[in-house]
Design a protein around this ligand. Sequence first.
Ligand SMILES: [Zn+2]
Length: 413
Amino acid sequence: MSHPRGPLAQLRRGHEELVLGLLRKHGPLSRGELGKLCQLSRTTLYDILAGLVAGGAVVAAGPQDTPRGRGRPAETLTLNPEAGQAIGIDFARRAVHVAAVNLAHEIVGSASEPHDADLPWEQRVDLAERLVGSLNDGGLRLGALSAIGAGVVGPVGWPEPEDDPEPEDDLEPDEPAHPVQPLLRERFGAPVLLDNNTRLAALGEAIWGAAAGDRDVLYLRLSHGVGGGLVVGGALHRGAYGLSGEFGHITVDPDGAPCDCGGTGCLETVASIRAVLDAYRAAGGRADDVPELVKAIRAGDGTALTLLEGVGGTIGGVLAAVCNAIGPSVIVVGGELAETGPALIEPVERALRAQVMPVSRHRVSLRRATLGEAAGALGGIALVLHESPLLSRYPAGPDLAPDLLEDIKRRQP
Ligand SMILES: [Zn+2]
């Protein structure tokens, strides 16, 4: 599909979306049927269809038998199942995760690869391109790509609403919000919507994952960083400066360790992967990564269990405080450290129930995340499909194929 700006291009884009929407809703249609449904002039419709066919978004599905064989069978047009409409990319601290949906809004696949924390942005984009290329057994066609939704670590700057009367026009600001934005735009030839990657994971879990259907959700990710996202009243909450959901930088020990954010004794200095592994080794344990820590826990290692009891208590205390402030009905805990299972989650839950306001004690539900490492990339796709870089209030999630989501969930550890 076309990406140039200006009123005529916007009009054309609108017509393309109209035609694609009809094919998504009704399945294969002949040109005549499309003409009746879309109410565009024959010339305009044929012009739009020619563009969509040339771009690979729409394919001819062969003649459909007309009832009782009257007249020449009409050729029908259908969405190309191999044409990607949106790509979601999560640029986490030490890994790239990608997912894509086709024009029918079905997930065509997801993929991930870890990398060193200091990998330059050009190479992270190389990695993302390679992972996207591996989706759908390498058969994903990007000619119809409408946009990329990318998540990055840390706050993401957007133009203030008063400077941005037409958000669609502001997808290419003079100053990129992040160095990865121009790199992605150049590589994939599509607009790039950016957000904080953990907030996108919260969005993914709130639309399709552990909190699907819930309108007030607190999502916490325990990974190399500690962060989260809030859904308040059915809308993803961004905060005045894109800083909503930074639960990892709530102070838990004023005399604690210095934090990467410049603060002291933040939750992240206690509950990040590095903090937990360092504390475990300092207590005499041996583990180089989370899977080794999980192995020690499964073997009943007392040092690991005692450590996680303390870390879980601290996390639960922070969650209780945030709960009292925001009033979520669901708390979702994700990230690699959640894979330590009950050894961490049970002390989290005990501290939460003990410290939250008693009236909330049995009302708030604590759940493990279900989308795994694909959550942030799926949130990026949600960002694109809703076509709002601000997402101040977003409507109900689009119709991603449930069986493919199940498949993604099954592949999580
Ligand atoms: Zn901090």
